[in-house]
Design a protein around this ligand. Structure first.
Ligand code: ATP
Ligand code: TZE
Ligand code: MG
Length: 269
């Protein structure tokens, strides 16, 4: 798989796709920088008045519900409508989906609008798919990683039904569509001590999906690249502050040799 993953990264760097992000107030800067570091061209825009025009210059749309409000909800609806009309993929990050009824209702509405991929931690994905709140706040409930193994059949069925790719991330990442499941164990626990690492995963997933014909491969490549860059960054970082800085450098420098040497990926089916 390492050569397919690098080929997908190389296609992204060649294309430099414009990625339109409607994201949360916490991670706007860090996700824009991660998109630049991996080789994409970010634009963060949320005024309802410019949604259709902005989507028209982008190759993919990333929706992150970390700090939602009614104005943003209007923008999200307009942007997704434009993306669907223009045949462009849109990717959902249902941040804290179960934290409040408002978030769950918003994310449940978005689930019906055919996201090409959904990336979240286990609590968020299970809450979104079942409609039953699990976990707390916006942080991952890592205990659900183990439970996830038993839930794989259910997740595959739902991915197939929704015609989407599910990326369930945490200590172990699972990339799931109707036919295939990849299990990735790259990454480092310190990555969970930097806010928005998951949001970064989702943002760069938009860039990979804009650069590949195979949505499952694009999501798998994205999550693998972030995990590899993150573990390399953690190795040299003194703590979360320098991890965030080194992560950008490692995304920028990621090459075929590093991916081949470090990729920890198993195809479960
Ligand atoms: N305990 C861990 N061990 C190894 N890698 C980890 C761990 N926790 C997070 N990661 C890495 O961070 C990536 C995304 O993080 P995570 O699943 O924590 O997202 P998240 O909970 O949505 O984060 P946030 O809400 O802060 O954006 C994972 O794909 C993985 O590479
Ligand atoms: C801390 C936080 N609160 C809302 S969004 C966000 C960033 C991580 O998703
Ligand atoms: Mg987290």
């Amino acid at each position: 798989m390492h050569s397919e993953i690098f080929a997908t990264l190389a296609a992204l760097r060649q294309k430099q796709p414009v990625i339109h992000n409607i994201t949360n107030q916490v991670v706007t800067n860090s996700t824009a920088n991660a998109l630049l570091a991996i080789g994409a061209s970010p634009v963060m825009a949320h005024a309802p008045e410019e949604m259709a025009d902005m989507v028209s210059i982008a190759s993919a749309l990333v929706i992150n519900t970390g700090t939602p409000c009614e104005t943003q909800r209007t923008s999200i609806r307009k942007a997704i409508k434009a993306a669907r009309e223009q045949g462009k993929p849109w990717i959902l990050d249902p941040v804290g989906a179960g934290a409040t009824p408002y978030r769950l209702q918003l994310n449940s509405e978005l689930l019906e609008l055919q996201p090409a991929a959904i990336r979240g931690n286990a609590s968020e994905i299970l809450t979104l798919l079942t409609g039953e709140p699990t976990g707390r706040g916006v942080d991952t409930d890592s205990s659900s990683d183990d439970a996830l193994n038993e839930t794989l059949n259910y997740l595959q069925e739902r991915a197939s039904q929704l015609n989407t790719v599910l990326a369930v991330t945490g200590a172990t990442d699972y990339i799931i569509d109707g036919q295939r499941v990849a299990k990735i164990t790259n990454g480092h626990p310190m990555m969970a001590k930097v806010t928005g690492t998951g949001c970064t995963a989702t943002a760069i997933t938009g860039a990979f999906m804009a650069s590949s014909e195979d949505p499952w491969l694009a999501v798998t490549a994205s999550i693998a690249c972030l995990g590899i860059a993150g573990e390399k960054a953690a190795f040299i970082a003194k703590g979360p502050g320098s991890l965030q800085m080194h992560l950008l450098d490692e995304l920028y420098q990621l090459d075929a040799e590093t991916i081949q040497a470090r990729l920890s990926l198993e195809i479960l089916c």
